[in-house]
Design a binder for this molecule. Structure first.
Ligand code: SF4
Ligand code: SF4
Length: 247
C-alpha cells in the first residue's frame, strides 16, 4: 500500500486500521503533515484501503510484482492463490480431511500457524520452522498448500531465496506426520520458536479411532500440550474425494 502525498490530508484516519502498525506521519516538502507506509512492514493486506475512511482517496495499491506479490496473496482475503484457487492463506486446511483425505489412519495432520495481526511473519522465520521440521525426517509437507509451493527444496524446507525479504500477515506450514512422531514435532517447534521474531501456534488432528478415541490428543498431552476446549470435531457428512481404506 502506498500514499499519494499530493492527495493526503494528514487526517490520520487510516492509521487505526493498519494491521501492522506500518502507517506513520511525516511532513512533505511544503511542511504539510502526510501519511507514509513503511514498505518493509506493510503486508499489502488492503485493510486500510477497504475501510474506505480516506477522505482524500490518497491510499492506493500498486500492481504487485513478484516477489512482493506474495504479501497480498497471503494477507489479503480477497486475493486467490493461483496454485490452489483458495483466498487467504490458500489452503483447505486439515479440518476438511473427511473430504480431502490428506492424512490417513496412523497419521496425524499437523500445522504450524505463523504470524498474526500486529506481528506478521517473515519468510526468514517460516524457513527456520520448515527446516527444523524437515530435519526430523518422516515429515511430508502438504503439496496443496501454497507455502509448500514456495519451497525451493521440499526435503529440507528451504524456501525460494527470492521471497526471503517478504513478510505476510499469516501463513500455515501443513504436514502429515506418523502418529508416533507427534511428540517429536511438538518438541522441535518449541525449540525453534525461541529463535523466531513472531508468534506461532500448533494445529493437530487425526481420525477418530475405534472407541471414539483421538490418539493425537493423548500424544499432545504427553508432550505437555493441552488441546483447547474449542477444538473442532468433523462429523464426516461431506462427500469424500478419495477412496477410504478402513483400519
Ligand atoms: S495494506 Fe495492510 S499492512 Fe499495509 S498499510 Fe494498509 S493496513 Fe497496513
Ligand atoms: S486517511 Fe487518507 S488523507 Fe487521512 S492520513 Fe490517511 S492517507 Fe492521508
Amino acid at each position: 500500500m502506498k500514499v499519494d502525498e499530493s492527495k493526503c490530508l494528514g487526517c490520520g484516519r487510516c492509521r487505526a486500521y493498519c494491521t501492522m502498525g506500518a502507517i506513520s506521519f511525516t511532513r512533505d516538502a511544503r511542511g504539510r503533515v502526510c501519511a507514509q507506509v513503511d514498505q518493509h512492514e506493510c503486508v499489502d493486506c488492503g485493510v486500510c484501503f477497504r475501510a474506505e475512511v480516506c477522505p482524500g482517496e490518497a491510499l492506493y495499491e500498486p500492481k504487485p510484482e513478484w516477489p512482493r506479490s506474495v504479501r497480498s496473496t497471503f494477507s489479503n482475503p480477497l486475493v486467490e492463490h493461483k496454485e490452489t484457487r483458495i483466498p487467504g492463506r490458500g489452503t483447505e486446511e486439515m479440518k476438511t480431511n473427511d473430504v480431502t483425505g490428506r492424512f490417513k489412519w496412523g497419521e496425524a495432520g499437523m500445522a504450524v500457524e505463523m504470524g498474526r495481526p500486529g506481528t506478521g511473519a517473515r519468510f526468514t522465520d517460516i524457513e527456520k520452522v520448515a527446516m527444523a521440521l524437515s530435519s526430523l525426517g518422516d515429515i511430508h509437507f502438504e503439496p496443496k498448500n501454497p507455502l509448500t509451493g514456495l519451497m525451493a527444496d521440499k526435503n529440507t524446507g528451504k524456501m525460494n531465496p527470492e521471497v526471503m525479504d517478504e513478510k505476510v500477515l499469516s501463513a500455515i506450514i501443513e504436514m502429515t506426520v506418523p502418529l508416533d512422531r507427534v511428540q517429536d514435532v511438538i518438541g522441535a517447534v518449541r525449540k525453534v520458536a525461541q529463535e523466531l521474531s513472531t508468534v506461532c501456534s500448533f494445529d493437530l488432528t487425526c481420525k477418530v479411532h475405534p472407541g471414539d478415541t483421538v490418539p493425537a490428543f493423548d500424544l499432545a498431552r504427553k508432550a505437555g500440550v493441552s488441546p483447547t476446549i474449542n477444538g473442532k470435531t468433523n462429523v464426516g457428512l461431506g462427500k469424500p474425494f478419495f477412496e477410504e481404506v478402513k483400519q
